[in-house]
Write a new protein. Structure first.
Length: 410
């Protein structure tokens, strides 16, 4: 019998921690940070001192949760799922979708003057890259999904008599075409894979519910692209924020740049490295000296050398510094339009829209906020359940568990 314990994420967005036990084998799916708790105890001026302090507050998983665990499977590199690998109290293997991207981010965290320096792994933690659509020695198979962090996956666990599907974070509609998704992920998304493999019967589904109960307008990626097209048609210089791992959105901006004859500039290390891996980019990016300090195959130029109709990719955290840098160039700020894509999870980015907006106003820059969520919308839940056809359902990653349960029953 497969025992499933959801120790984190039952009533919160983030902080997922799922123990799967069958016989002597114990594995974990995700081990995220509880940013909702962190927000209650810390500010920009009050910061964590140690991993043990965060653990005692409930921000990080308890040491006891790792008992008998040798393998931990992380769905993607948002910190509310990846968590702090330094919190793992014993020798373990951490399986995740991209070892290279993790190690790039780990270097950034190590050098951070903030609490992020607490995240990197200890010497006894081994990071292993998962292989999509392949069942490993623990009977776990990763299935790629669309999300606002790339790469992302769900996990199937094939028990002796039961099969468990843990979705992680995912959306039904992404920014990529079907062909592009296959190129980026070497195969089809989770729902399509399950639809095409009827022999896989899901006994227990552990499904996220980030948008359950949200009144936010359910903007789809396709609808956001249409809005972006209007902005491209009317603009000279576009300053666009992306989460550093949101390769789907960055690739979409690159396609629009090619379509409307814009130059494409990068100021984000991780995004630059991810796009470098994409074969046949629609445009040839250039990186900005002083902002991108990792070595890539792209040409590097100074910010003052930006010319013509241009898209400048940055992050929410760095956008104000970029505005300050732009003010000392000859680039006319009246020609700049800013598109702020809300980060997910928002609290991970310490979002302060009023403050950022004040800087835009001071610089004379018009800004817009938009977001096609990295999570499925409530009206798509029936479609998901009809495709997976699970015998039993457990909910996770939600602030509205009672509503979620009612929607599942109905």
């Amino acid at each position: 019998m497969v025992e499933v314990e959801i120790l984190g994420g039952k009533q919160s967005i983030g902080g997922n921690f799922v123990r799967i036990k069958e016989g002597d084998k114990v594995i974990v799916f995700d081990q995220g940070i509880r940013f909702d708790i962190m927000d209650r105890f810390y500010t920009n001026f009050i910061t964590p001192r140690s991993i043990s302090e965060l653990r005692n507050l409930g921000v990080l998983p308890l040491s006891a949760w790792y008992e008998d665990v040798e393998d931990i499977y992380v769905t993607h590199l948002h910190l509310d799922h990846l968590g702090a690998l330094a919190n793992i109290p014993k020798k373990a293997n951490v399986h995740l979708p991209s070892k290279e991207i993790y190690e790039l981010m780990e270097e950034t965290w190590k050098n951070s003057p903030t609490w992020l320096s607490l995240i990197p792994r200890k010497y006894f933690i081994e990071v292993i890259e998962t292989e999509p659509y392949t069942t490993d020695r623990n009977s776990v198979m990763p299935l790629p999904v669309s999300h606002s962090a790339f790469p992302s996956c769900a996990y199937l666990y094939f028990g002796k008599k039961e099969t468990v599907l843990y979705t992680g974070d995912f959306r039904v509609e992404g920014f990529l075409t079907e062909e592009e998704f296959h190129k980026f992920n070497q195969g089809e998304p989770m729902l399509e894979y399950l639809e095409n493999n009827h022999d896989i019967k899901v006994d227990k589904l552990i499904i996220e519910g980030t948008n359950i109960g949200s009144s936010r307008l359910p903007l789809s990626p396709e609808e956001e692209k249409k809005i972006l097209e209007k902005i491209f048609q009317a603009s000279k210089i576009i300053l666009a924020t992306v989460h550093s791992l949101d390769i789907e959105y960055a690739y979409t901006l690159a396609k629009l740049s090619q379509q409307y004859n814009f130059n494409f500039y990068l100021t984000v290390n991780q995004t630059s490295k991810l796009l470098e891996k994409v074969k046949g980019l629609p445009v040839e990016p250039k990186t900005i000296v002083g902002h991108v300090d990792t070595i890539t195959s792209f040409e590097s130029i100074d910010l003052s050398e930006i010319e013509g109709r241009s898209v400048i990719i940055t992050t929410y955290r760095n956008v104000v510094d970029l505005i300050k840098d732009l003010t000392i160039t000859n680039i006319p700020l009246k020609d700049v339009i800013a598109i702020i894509s809300e980060p997910e999870p928002q609290i991970e980015e310490s979002t302060e829209y009023a403050v950022v907006s004040n800087w835009f106003t001071l610089a004379g820059i018009q800004s817009y906020i938009m977001r096609a969520s990295g999570h499925y919308y409530t009206f798509q839940l029936k479609q998901i359940l009809d495709t997976i056809k699970p015998k039993n359902i457990e909910i996770i990653h939600t602030e509205r568990p009672s509503l979620f349960k009612k929607l599942i029953v109905s």
